[in-house]
Structure formats: structure tokens, C-alpha cells
Design a protein around this ligand. Sequence first.
Ligand SMILES: *[C@@H]1O[C@H](CO)[C@@H](O)[C@H](O)[C@H]1NC(C)=O
Ligand SMILES: *[C@@H]1O[C@H](CO)[C@@H](O)[C@H](O)[C@H]1NC(C)=O
Ligand SMILES: *[C@@H]1O[C@H](CO)[C@@H](O)[C@H](O)[C@H]1NC(C)=O
Length: 578
Amino acid sequence: MQEKPTTVAAYAAGASLAAVALFYVFGPNYTIDGDESNDSNRKKSIVGLSNLANDCFINSVLQALAGLGDLRVYLIHELHRRQLDGPDTYQTVASDDELSAGQTDKLRELQQGITTRALKEMLDRLNERPIYKKTISARDFIQALEYAFRTRISRNQQDAQEFLQIVLERLCDEYHAGVRARKRALGSAASAEGSSQESSSEVEVRIDDGSVHGLPAIIDTKLKEIDQESGFPFEGKMESQIECQFCHYQYKPNQTAFVNLTLQVPQKSSTTLGSCFDGLLKTEYIEDFRCDRCSLQHAVDVKSKELARVRSQGDRDRLEKELTRLREAIETDPEAELEGITFPPSESVPKRRIARHMRITAFPKVIAIHLSRSIFDRSSSSKNAAKVSFPERLPLGGLLTQKWYKLLAIVCHKGSHHSGHYESFRRNHIYPPFSTPGAFSSYAQSRTASQSPSTAPSPRIIPRSSPDPDTLSPATSSTSPSGSVPQLTPVRPTTASSRHSVSTKTSSPSETPSAPRGSRSIPRPDVPGVSSRLRRRRKPIDRWWRISDEKIKECKTSDVLGMQREVYLLFYELEKVE
Ligand SMILES: *[C@@H]1O[C@H](CO)[C@@H](O)[C@H](O)[C@H]1NC(C)=O
Ligand SMILES: *[C@@H]1O[C@H](CO)[C@@H](O)[C@H](O)[C@H]1NC(C)=O
Ligand SMILES: *[C@@H]1O[C@H](CO)[C@@H](O)[C@H](O)[C@H]1NC(C)=O
């Protein structure tokens, strides 16, 4: 067994840190990329899931989710933050909403994040690195989900995409309910500001890495009050816009949020993921559309002719008023309802050809893609077995907004539309920390900023390399209204003594028996060292797990990319900009 010096990894998820500012992980058995040791401890497998009753559609999705690092970071942040806020924040349901008792319970459960918690526990267990073959059951998670929806998960439908969608939508709803509850609590706590500032900002937590007691880690929570919500990692936004090809009026864009993308697979023998995206994002032309602006113009034309015909002054006045309003609407807002004007019969309105554009306006951290392979005939449905080639790195967005995504997991389906088997592939990696250099500077600065108890929103984007105090949030320069706020020594993260100052303030809950006191004194490597080491090591890891319920095999990227006929769900993660 190795007794190497502890690897200290600083975890920090970029500028969007939730309550968790920084993790210090002290993990003697935990290496950053997992391939340093060649001893008997080398992780040979991962945990499988038992399939008792046609559960492979559940198992395959859970295994894929277990391989998504941004999801796990989100779950850790979210639950930790809820723990810090305390149960009261999420227990209280807004009294201004008129809800029945049942609705109140459901809203409370959303706020409390019961599915979020259950999923974290499930994914933690799936991320254990067992030395011997290990199979667990998804039962606990399924029970939590069934409780949340007050319904049984049907084993008959067996659709992995439907299951994924239920889980993601629920998690997203729980996230937003939690955000609202936090905002409300913040509002009511604003008057009592200051009293809660006394408590220590560091807590010790356990990161479940599969060992009996978990990885001891310290989380700094001082940033809570200037914190911003980090968002649900699967949530993105799409915008659709209609343009009339006749008058070129562009409708106000519609924005919709999404947690998954369904792409239709064209009925060909082979195609690419890119062409499937084209089906969603390419401009679509629609005939016979009644354009609002053209309708107004039509009304103007009709009424102008009428005006030339009518005799009575009353009719002239009315028509002139209507025409003024119509022309104004054309100029200002053709989509608005116009009251009190009689329009020409809608059949007489000319029909136009329109172009509909769809684009992604907010890119999620993790994109879940569903390839719809159903072919519906009049009487039956069948499966489209087209080969869909997909890349390891996926570019999305236009030239100016291009984002790169990296493939982390897929779910495959073998068999017919009505029966078959799901299995999944997930990348075999242990998650590296994220964009550490930026995180450290923002950590130090936010830390200074947090001396002020002001809850005024602070700018979150802090220039990476600029420790210039003038660039700090306005909160720093305002004087603290409360003298009782403990003045923290601004931490300069590059010195070893700062590590010490962090540990001395650590409140150490007693339920951390295996955290050797000695580990506290392990000096934190200086930051440039950590970051350059991480960068150097970040080579693509060409190892994957192929998972079919309890059966697990190792395989390579080329094996994964070869699953063109079977691929059904794909999970890509936004690449971190270095
Ligand atoms: C790891 O151990 C195996 C078996 O003990 C050995 O065959 C292999 O060469 C070792 N690999 C490295 C990189 O040391
Ligand atoms: C926006 O949504 C509304 C209501 O769902 C719909 O009627 C309209 O056509 C949509 N517009 C676009 C540009 O998609
Ligand atoms: C998400 O999945 C559902 C169910 O398959 C689908 O109806 C919906 O269109 C998908 N969302 C998007 C934005 O494609």
C-alpha cells in the first residue's frame, strides 16, 4: 500500500462557486488522474447495478449520470449549501401562494430537494472504486423518485429517455424551488443581518470517494452572502425566431429553457450527429403563415380603400382613427392585440412563407442529447437503425459563440423498438479540479470582499490575474456597518501560512474520526505548482467502462465511437477554458 504524501487538490468550480468556495481535499488514496499507482490497489472496476425487473433502462441512465463530473460537483454544492442554510429555509412554503395541502407538501418537497439528495447518494455509491466486484441496486433512488411523483415507475415502458427526462426535469424544478426558497429566506433575514456572521467559515465535510469514511475535505463557506446561483448544469436556453419572407418582419424571439435535446435521426443508412442537429437548429421554411405585420398592412389597405368610398363624416373619422392606430402598430409592435378595430375577414389575409430559426442562447454545462429513432407509421412504430456517427469533441454554436463539448457517456439500445437491452459507456476518469488558477484569485478577493456583511450584489467576474484591490466589489470599500464582524486576515493563497490560517479557524465537527489531525499540517503546495501540474497531466484518457447492468468491461474511445447503430443518448460536457 502506498503511503505517499497526500495529494492536495484544490477543487473550485470556476467563478460560479456556490456556497462552497474551495475544497481542500486530503486524500491519501486518491490521486488526481488515478493512474499513478500500479499496485494492487489499482482500480480495476466500478460498481455495477443489479437488474431484477427489466431495470436496464434505469441502470444505463444512472451509470451515465454517474460519469458526469459537473453533475456531481453540482450535487455536492447544492446539498452542502442546503445544509448550511439549515432545514428551516426549505421547510417554509411561501404563504402568499394559495395552495391546497397536497400542493403545499409537493412544493415543500421540491424545495427540500428529495430527488437531488437521493441522486447524489446514488451517484456517490456508483463512484466507489471497489477492489472486488460489487453490484448494488438502484432501489433507493427509484423509491425516492416514486415518492416524489406519488406514482410507480412503470417497468413496461422501459424507455431510457423518458426516465432521463423525468429525473432531469425534477432535479431542475428542485433547483429552482430551492433558489426561490433561499431568496425568500434572504429577504426575511436581511433585517437580522450580522448575527449569523460570527460563525466560522470553514466546515469539514466528507467527499464520498468510496472509502469507508470518505475523503476529508474543508470547505470555505464565507462567500455565501455574495454568492451567485451556479445554475442547474443541464439547463440551457433556446430561442426561436420567425421572419416573414415577404415583409421581413422579425417576430420577437421566444425563449425556452431545456434540460435535454431531442434530435430526429434522418431515415438514411448513415448520418452524423451534426446532421441530426441541423434538423433542430437549421432554418426551417413554413408556408401559408399569417404574418401579423402583413395582416396589419392588409387591414390598412382595405380600410384606405373604404375611406375613399365612405361619405358620412362619422365613418371618415372612425376609419382615420383606425388607420392611425394600425400604422402606429406596424411601426411599433405588430404583434400586440388591437382592441376595438374590426379587421377584414381572416381568409382574405394573404398567406406568407416564413423562416423559423432556432438557436441555443445559453449553453448548458452538460448537454443531454436524445436521438429519436422512432418511426411511426399509420398502424405501427419501428426503430430507425441508421448509423449515427458522433465525435469525441462536439462544437456547438455559431462561429462567434462556438463552444466545445467533450463526450463523457452514452447510452445504447440494442434490439427492436419493442424489446431490447440498454447498456452504457462512461469515461473512466477521476475528476480533475476545474480552472484552479482563476478560482484561487477569485477566492482571495472574494474573501476580502466578504469582510463586509453587505448583501449588495457584487460583481462576480474578477480579472484572473489582477489582485488590484480597486477592482474589488463596491462592498469592500464601503465601511462595515457592524463592528462585530470578525475581520479576517485577507488570505494570500500562495503562501503556506495562509493554509495555516485557514486551518486554525476550522471548526471541526467530531464525526470525522479518520481525519488524521496531522493531515492538517500538510502544507498546501503553492498554487502555480498545483495548476501547472494539473495542466501537464491533463492528457486525454482513452479508457472507458462498458456497463451492462452488473457486467463491466474496460474499453477504448474507438469502441465507444463505433456504437453508431446503437447510440441513443449522448452526454457531452462543456470543456473548461484554460
Ligand atoms: C503494473 O503491474 C503489472 C503487473 O504487476 C506489470 O505487468 C506492469 O508492467 C506494471 N506497469 C507499470 C507501468 O509499471
Ligand atoms: C412563440 O410562442 C408562441 C406561444 O407558444 C407561439 O404562438 C409563437 O409562434 C412562438 N414564436 C416563435 C418565433 O416561435
Ligand atoms: C426533451 O425530451 C422530451 C421527451 O423526449 C422531448 O419531448 C423534448 O422535446 C425534449 N426537449 C428538447 C428541447 O428537445
